[in-house]
Design a protein around this ligand. Structure first.
Ligand code: ATP
Ligand code: LTN
Length: 331
């Protein structure tokens, strides 16, 4: 496959970023940035699909931006911006909403999971994947590096783009999801059969990128493991230890078989202490950069402003192409 030219992805500013977000998404973005034009968004419009506090939302936007930078996204190589700063996202979302089908949105598992058991859900939560399709298509993205849970949304984006192209003429590039084999789905520490999630009920579910060493130690110590006590990678039979091994392997680059060989005959307690060390040491430089960036909100704001300017230039061209094809040229 020829090298992808552009990558687009985003994270919702809805809470503490965690290891799943880092390993499943952000770490991939950083890896891609020397070979691909990366555009990375803080998707605040998506964050409003659940009840939100405007003040907390603004604070979370700054925190996510600082984490993108602290994790290694370089504004000289990648474009970083806030979704609501580029109006084209909302406009294209309306157009695509008239092309997407109610039935296909109703099949989205994220909508079903997030809506489950709630008395009322916003229309925005239902149309969420249409806005996500607009995000991706506006930038002619070839690849979308995301965690496994977003695969269905990227596939929907392709379907909607294909339908638009077939009906109104070639307009959009069809994107491919880019998902890590292991690591595309980091599981919750307290419930290793479900994905690690910032909206999980308990903070013991995730290791937040901001967690201090004592908190990380406590969370790994209490992480659910499996019966038997062997340290081997078997996600179906031993989801707890397999998840911890995945985290270890992704952070150190060591293969699963090397890790299994090294920890044969060692107990869970020993393995967990070594994993704690790995997590703490990997997060330390990121946290140091994060704290420095938090002290300089003007610098982060300027990076976001410049990012939005570049993003708006690219998005504006795609939007006017789509508008023309859709019959919205000025009369
Ligand atoms: P929420 O649980 O509130 O929906 P989230 O933790 O899933 O939030 P998102 O903002 O929805 O976070 O996801 C941002 C990116 O991180 C996406 O690419 C998503 O696929 C990825 N991601 C989220 N959780 C995980 C996980 N447990 N493992 C791997 N990747 C993940
Ligand atoms: N739905 C994604 C966030 C998101 C996104 C995007 C990811 C919104 N727009 C465009 C990739 C490309 C999520 O992680 N929940």
């Amino acid at each position: 496959m020829p090298l992808p030219k552009r990558s687009f992805s985003g994270i919702q500013p809805t809470g503490n970023l965690h290891l799943g977000n880092y390993l499943g998404a952000i770490k991939q973005w950083v890896k891609l940035q020397d070979t691909v034009d990366g555009i990375y968004c803080i998707v605040d419009l998506h964050a409003c699909t659940a009840t939100h506090d405007p003040v907390v939302l603004r604070r979370s936007v700054s925190a996510v931006a600082a984490f993108y930078l602290a994790a290694g996204l370089d504004p000289a190589k990648s474009t970083i911006f806030v979704q609501s700063a580029v109006g084209a996202h909302s406009e294209l979302a309306w157009i695509l909403g008239c092309v997407a089908r109610f039935g296909e949105l109703a099949r989205m598992t994220q909508f079903k999971e997030k809506g489950e058991g709630r008395e009322s859900v916003s229309v925005g939560l239902f149309t969420y994947p249409v806005l996500m399709a607009a995000d991706i298509l506006l930038y002619d993205a070839n690849v979308v590096p995301v965690g496994e849970d977003q695969k269905q949304h990227v596939e929907l984006c392709r379907d909607v783009a294909e339908r638009f192209n077939a009906t109104f003429g070639d307009t959009f590039i069809l994107p491919e999801p880019l998902i890590l084999g292991t690591g595309g789905r980091i599981m919750g520490l307290d419930q290793p059969t479900k994905k690690m999630s910032k909206s999980a009920g308990s903070p013991n579910n995730y290791i937040a990128l901001e967690d201090d060493p004592d908190t990380i130690t406590r969370k790994i110590k209490t992480a659910v493991t499996d019966t038997g006590g062997q340290i081997c990678y078997a996600p179906e039979e031993k989801p707890g230890i397999s998840n911890l091994l995945t985290i270890y392997s992704l952070l150190t680059g060591e293969t699963m078989s090397d890790l299994e060989a090294r920890y044969t005959g060692k107990g869970y307690g020993f393995f967990k202490r070594e994993l704690t060390e790995v997590v703490v040491e990997n997060l330390r430089p990121l946290q140091t950069r994060y704290r420095a960036l938090k002290k300089d909100p003007a610098a982060v704001g300027e990076i976001l402003r410049q990012g939005a300017e570049r993003a708006a230039g690219i998005a504006g061209k795609t939007l006017s192409r789509a508008r023309k094809r859709f019959g919205m040229e000025p009369v």
